[in-house]
Design a protein around this ligand. Structure first.
Ligand code: SF4
Length: 376
C-alpha cells in the first residue's frame, strides 16, 4: 500500500479553490477552521514529502524528533507556499519556538503567510480551571481569522461542521472495531485515517464509508492481540510486517489516531466552550502534560478492554514526552506480566526495516508462548 503525498493532497485542495491552513502540533481546532472556510492540514507524518532536512537543519538541532524537523522542512520549502495560513499552539520544548522560527523565515523569504497561535494552559484541572482562558483564546483566534480573510464566524455553521467531525470520528471508531475483529487490516485503517489529516471532513467521511464497506470476514480465527502505542503509527511496511506476523491490532494508543479521534465534545454553537471541553476531556496524551495522571489509567484500561496479549511501542526518537513515560509503563507491564516490544523510528527510517522485522518475528514467537485469549 502506498502512502498519499501530503503535497499532492494540498495541491488538489488548492486546485479546487480551497484555502488551506497548515496546523501543528497534534490537536488544533479543526472544526473551527473548517467552519470558517479553511481546510485544516494537520502537519505530521511528512517523511515521504521531504527529501532532506537542509532548511530545517538551519534552525533545529539534529537531536530533535523527526516530526518537528520534517514539518519545518516542509513549511520552509517551496511546498510551504501553498498554505494560506498557519496555526500553532504551545507544546513540547522542540516546538516551543517553532512559530517564531517560521514567521521570521517566511518574512525573510518575503512570504506573506499569517501564523495564528493560541496558548493552551498545561494546568491540572484539580487545581485550576482554564476554561475561560481557553474560551478567550478561541474568541481572539476567531477575530483574527475574520479580519485576515474578511469573513464572519457563524454559530450555525460551526454547529454543522462540528456535527460532521463528530460523525467522522464515530466512523473511525466503527472502522477501529472492525480492525479489532480482523475484518479490516490496520494498514488500510491507518492509510485512510492518516490521509484524512489533509482532507476536508466530507472527503474523510466518504473515504471512511468506502473503508468500512470493504470489511470482510476474518481470514484467521485465532491471532495474538496487541495494542500499538506512540506518537505516529510505525511506517506502513512495519505495520504490514506486524500483521503478517499474526498480530491482531486490538486497539491503539497512538497520538495521531486514538488520542485524536477518541473523544468528540458535545456539539454546541459556542466554539470557546467546545474547545475547553475538548482540551479537558480528550483521550489522554503525553503531549498534554496536565493529563499525565489520567494517562496511565487510560493506557491500562485500553489493554484490559481490548484484552491485548502484548504492546508494541512505536517510539518517536528524541520525543522526550513519550520517553519520560515509557519506563513507568514498562515497569507496570512487567508487573502485570504483559509482554512488550520497543521499536524506535527517526528521521533516517525511510526503508531497510529488516532489523525491525526480525524483532517483530521474535516478539511474535515469544508472545505465542503466552496464553492466547483471542477466539472471536
Ligand atoms: S513527537 Fe514529541 S518531541 Fe516531537 S513534536 Fe511531538 S511531542 Fe514534540
Amino acid at each position: 500500500m502506498k502512502e498519499k503525498s501530503v503535497e499532492n493532497q494540498i495541491e488538489k485542495l488548492k486546485k479546487s479553490g480551497e484555502k488551506v491552513i497548515g496546523c501543528f502540533p497534534l490537536y488544533p481546532p479543526v472544526e473551527l477552521f473548517a467552519s470558517m472556510g479553511l481546510v485544516p492540514a494537520v502537519l505530521w507524518n511528512l517523511k515521504k514529502d521531504v527529501e532532506n532536512l537542509s532548511l530545517s537543519d538551519l534552525h533545529l538541532q539534529s537531536y530533535a524528533c523527526s516530526i518537528a524537523r520534517e514539518m519545518l522542512e516542509f513549511i520552509l520549502s517551496d511546498k510551504g507556499e501553498m498554505f494560506d495560513a498557519l496555526f500553532a499552539y504551545n507544546a513540547c520544548d522542540t516546538l516551543r519556538n517553532l512559530p517564531e522560527i517560521v514567521v521570521s523565515a517566511n518574512k525573510k523569504a518575503k512570504r506573506d503567510i499569517p501564523l495564528f497561535n493560541i496558548h493552551i494552559p498545561q494546568v491540572n484541572r484539580q487545581f485550576s480551571d482554564p476554561s475561560l482562558y481557553i474560551e478567550n483564546e478561541i474568541n481572539s483566534l476567531i477575530k483574527k481569522i475574520e479580519a485576515h480573510f474578511d469573513t464572519a464566524f457563524s454559530g450555525d455553521t460551526f454547529t454543522e461542521t462540528a456535527t460532521a467531525y463528530s460523525l467522522m470520528r464515530n466512523l473511525v471508531q466503527e472502522a477501529e472495531i472492525l480492525v479489532s475483529k480482523g475484518k479490516l487490516s490496520f494498514l488500510s485503517f491507518c492509510e485512510t485515517v492518516l490521509s484524512g489529516y489533509t482532507a476536508s471532513v466530507k472527503e474523510q467521511i466518504d473515504n471512511l464509508h468506502k473503508l468500512i464497506s470493504r470489511a470482510s470476514d476474518p481470514v484467521m480465527r485465532r491471532k495474538k492481540k496487541i495494542i500499538i502505542s506512540g506518537i505516529i503509527p510505525p511506517p506502513l511496511p512495519v505495520i504490514e510486517k506486524i500483521e503478517d506476523s499474526g498480530f491482531l491490532i486490538a486497539s491503539n494508543d497512538i497520538a495521531s489516531l486514538k488520542r485524536t479521534y477518541g473523544y468528540s465534545p458535545a456539539v454546541t454553537d459556542n466554539p470557546g466552550k467546545y474547545y475547553a471541553d475538548l482540551y479537558e476531556n480528550s483521550f489522554p496524551c503525553t503531549t498534554l502534560l496536565y493529563q499525565g495522571d489520567k494517562r496511565i489509567k487510560a493506557f491500562f484500561d485500553l489493554i484490559d478492554l481490548s484484552e491485548a496479549d502484548g504492546v508494541i511501542f512505536a517510539g518517536e526518537k528524541f520525543c522526550e514526552y513519550e520517553y519520560f513515560e515509557f519506563p513507568y509503563l514498562e515497569k507496570e507491564l512487567k508487573k502485570r506480566g504483559i509482554p512488550y516490544l520497543n521499536l524506535e523510528f527517526g528521521t533516517d527510517d525511510r526503508e531497510n526495516f529488516e532489523s525491525h522485522f526480525t524483532r517483530i518475528e521474535a516478539f511474535a514467537e515469544m508472545i505465542s508462548m503466552h496464553a492466547v485469549k483471542t477466539d472471536f
